[in-house]
Write a protein that binds this ligand. Structure first.
Ligand SMILES: NC(=O)c1ccc[n+]([C@@H]2O[C@H](COP(=O)([O-])OP(=O)(O)OC[C@H]3O[C@@H](n4cnc5c(N)ncnc54)[C@H](OP(=O)(O)O)[C@@H]3O)[C@@H](O)[C@H]2O)c1
Length: 396
């Protein structure tokens, strides 16, 4: 059960009106960094909508802006942020709940600054659950008033911490009736990350053995549920507080990585390892547990961190070199496939995730909710791990 917080509200003092950074328009769209799509930058102008748009259409709305990188105090709730025009394949979602992902707190603190700094102010947030307020001219699968959930790509600049989020038709799908908006918002980004690794990259199948390193987090928990639903047997590592939760959703073994010697406790080899921790120790362990031909996938790819350190010009080739070197090395030494895995919006994945939700086979527990006005408190709580698990912002 998620609890609504009773901590005092933060009062944002006299925020300046949001002015988009037009120098950002110089950035070239759709460059690739190891499957990470760089966002297309566009002007924030008056919305142009189809005949599907609601009668009284809003031209601006509340949004949480990051004007510069720093701690939770940099977050500013503005009440009149202009809405950009909807493109033909886009959907305007009246947000009701948005989950906080580790990427949000990291971006706020400066992760990805090589890409995002020139695009400030940013709107954070990937996940959203709400209802369709308007659709672009080419949208076929959704209509105004539908209850939906979905997630933006990791590099989107206009995120979901806003009353009105804009997603492409591929990034959003009708919400399972069995979930309320808070529950639904916790799922898409994490589950799509797990789906991409296990289903697109490793192509897991019935009867395989899967190891999820760090199964206690949202991505690990989603990965266990996806693999169990696919008929795989799953072994995982987690903190002591997560053991029973992971066994309850079908993990065959959940090893407490603090109390136990993980390498002694886990027996046999695996077809795929999803490493949500991605430090050298878990990487070495994960690779040693793989069968020949197996897949090791880490969530901690180095493209962004190396680019932040050396700039895009040197960071991208440096990270490509690191990745290729490891791929070659592990192919020769262990006969395995090594990859950095990233979340990517995928309609096929969303459809499967929704089906699992409807069947009661996919759920990510929400530990605490905050009203959007308390976004700074919510980031504080998430970042300092004051509550375990998902924190969700509600928009009234
Ligand atoms: N490459 C990508 O595209 C991508 C996408 C998503 C996430 N990531 C990265 O992957 C990592 C994991 O992300 P995440 O979203 O899974 O993180 P998360 O949900 O915040 O989980 C982080 C940790 O919190 C603990 N935890 C979570 N839920 C809990 C609960 N209900 N009860 C007790 N403990 C709980 C777990 O610790 P224990 O293990 O101790 O149980 C877990 O490892 C992050 O570093 C994130 O930045 C990368």
């Amino acid at each position: 059960m998620h609890t609504h917080t009773h901590t005092p509200q933060i009062h944002f003092h006299n925020p300046k009106p949001y002015k988009p950074n037009l120098s950002a328009l110089k950035i070239q769209p759709n460059t690739n960094i190891h499957n990470m799509r760089i966002p297309t930058i566009r002007r924030f102008t008056t919305p142009s909508l189809t005949s599907h748009h609601p009668k009284s259409y809003v031209s601006d709305c509340r949004a949480v802006l990051v004007p510069h990188f720093g701690g939770p105090h940099v977050l500013q709730l503005h009440s009149h942020v202009p809405l950009p025009p909807l493109r033909p394949h886009e959907v305007l979602v009246r947000a009701r709940a948005v989950a906080i992902n580790p990427l949000d707190t990291r971006m706020r603190a400066g992760y990805g600054r090589c890409l995002f700094e020139r695009l400030l102010p940013l709107i954070l947030g990937r996940d959203v659950s709400g209802e369709v307020a308007a659709v672009g001219a080419a949208v076929k699968s959704l209509s105004v008033g539908e209850q939906v959930f979905g997630a933006l790509h990791p590099t989107a600049v206009r995120g979901t911490y806003t009353d009105y989020a804009i997603l492409s038709e591929e990034e959003v799908i009708s919400k399972p009736d069995s979930l309320d908006h808070v529950e639904a918002s916790a799922i898409p980004f994490a589950a799509l990350t797990a789906w991409r690794a296990l289903k697109s990259t490793a192509r897991i199948s019935e009867g395989q053995r899967i190891l999820v390193v760090g199964g206690g987090g949202a991505v690990g928990f989603a990965a266990i549920q996806l693999a169990v639903a696919a008929g795989c047997s799953v072994v995982t590592t987690c903190g002591s507080q997560s053991v029973s939760r992971l066994l309850a959703v079908g993990a065959e073994q959940a090893v407490d990585y603090v109390a136990e010697d993980v390498e002694l406790a886990i027996k046999g080899t695996f077809d795929a390892v999803l490493d949500t921790i991605g430090v050298p120790e878990t990487e070495r362990m994960g690779i040693n547990f793989l069968k020949r031909g197996g897949h090791y996938m880490t969530l901690q790819g180095e493209a962004a961190s190396l680019s932040d350190r050396y700039g895009l010009l040197f960071g991208i080739p440096a990270s490509t070199a690191v990745l290729l070197r490891k791929q070659l090395l592990y192919k020769i030494s262990h006969g395995i496939e090594y990859s950095w895995t990233y979340m990517r919006a995928d309609k096929e994945g969303l459809i499967e995730i929704r089906k699992l939700c409807e069947a009661g086979k996919m759920k990510i527990p929400v530990c605490k909710t905050f009203p959007i006005r308390q976004v700074r408190d919510a980031h504080e709580v998430k970042e300092r791990k004051i509550v375990p698990g998902k924190v969700v912002l509600e928009l009234d």
